[in-house]
Design a protein around this ligand. Sequence first.
Ligand code: HEM
Length: 316
Amino acid sequence: MSLQAVSPLARRVFLVNLVAQIGIVITGGLVRLTDSGLGCDTWPRCNNTDWTPHDAVSHHAYIEFGNRMLTYVVGAIAVVCVVFAYRHRPRRKDVVVLAWIQIGTVVGQAVLGGITVLTDLHPMAVASHLLLSMLLIASAVVLYERAGEGDAPARLLVRPEIRWFGYGTLVVAAGLIVMGTVVTGSGPHSGDLKSKRFDVDIDQMAWLHADLAFVLLGAAVALALALRVTDAPLAAQRRVWWLLGVLVPQGLIGYIQYFNGLPEWQVLIHMFGATLTVVTATRVLFALRVREDAVGTPTGDAAHATSDREPVATSY
Ligand code: HEM
């Protein structure tokens, strides 16, 4: 028997978790952009003698310490997610596993943050820290989406080729984001003024990164057209439009910050745009298929958007 979606309250908790994960990327960005990465110069203590920066002379220590404290907030939210996942009856194993993944990756992030400090903000550590956050955001989206639908086998709402194209789009988005961290790691805002940089040319990396942004934009336009001409459900079409609505301003901000010499506040907006890219690109996939609940009703946000098209029967 297939199981029901979780309660609206549990789903709201999962949404708060997603928002918190996006929030910590922004505060982490503030640490980097204010050159506060070594404000607390060791880990897990703030300095050799103290756990807190109580008599620190510079504001950098408070900024870095504040971001460390936020880890406890997102950690607590992840714990609440696990509690809500277990409260659901009958138990949904997929939801429980996804909720545990939130806790696991928050712990991983705390350790990686420590490694970032202990390696004096090596660009590889800084990049991995951001990339793990992006994975966390994607997994928070998956938790939110899966919890909102039943757990019957998925039925495709579009042609299988289109779904594969959707996966391809997500892979391009991942490559674009990885490349973005290489640009950052070779530029002025990598860690702090003294930290190591990747030994590559920032302009070449930025252009490669921008080329990938165009590939992603092209893929999203192609996906929108494919869904349109095959009369796919409106929910799926709308989600691709959301992705396009994020990509276009994000690309523009990318160019604006590049030609303006990377002002901190523009870089921060670009980081926010990157988190929204992950959210919108991941959500597209969930609207390309539908799952039913215990009473055989199609569930999930995608199922609520009207379409006169019957789902294509499929085994996955
Ligand atoms: C449209 C989709 C785009 C996405 C999703 C995206 C994403 C990203 C990400 C994730 C980073 C790394 C941020 C960090 O490490 O903290 C980044 C950095 C950067 N991106 Fe993009 N980007 C996009 C488009 C562009 C475009 C078109 C340009 C134009 C040249 C551009 C220029 C840059 C630059 C210069 C950086 C380095 C900023 C820094 O110093 O921290 N981006 N981008």
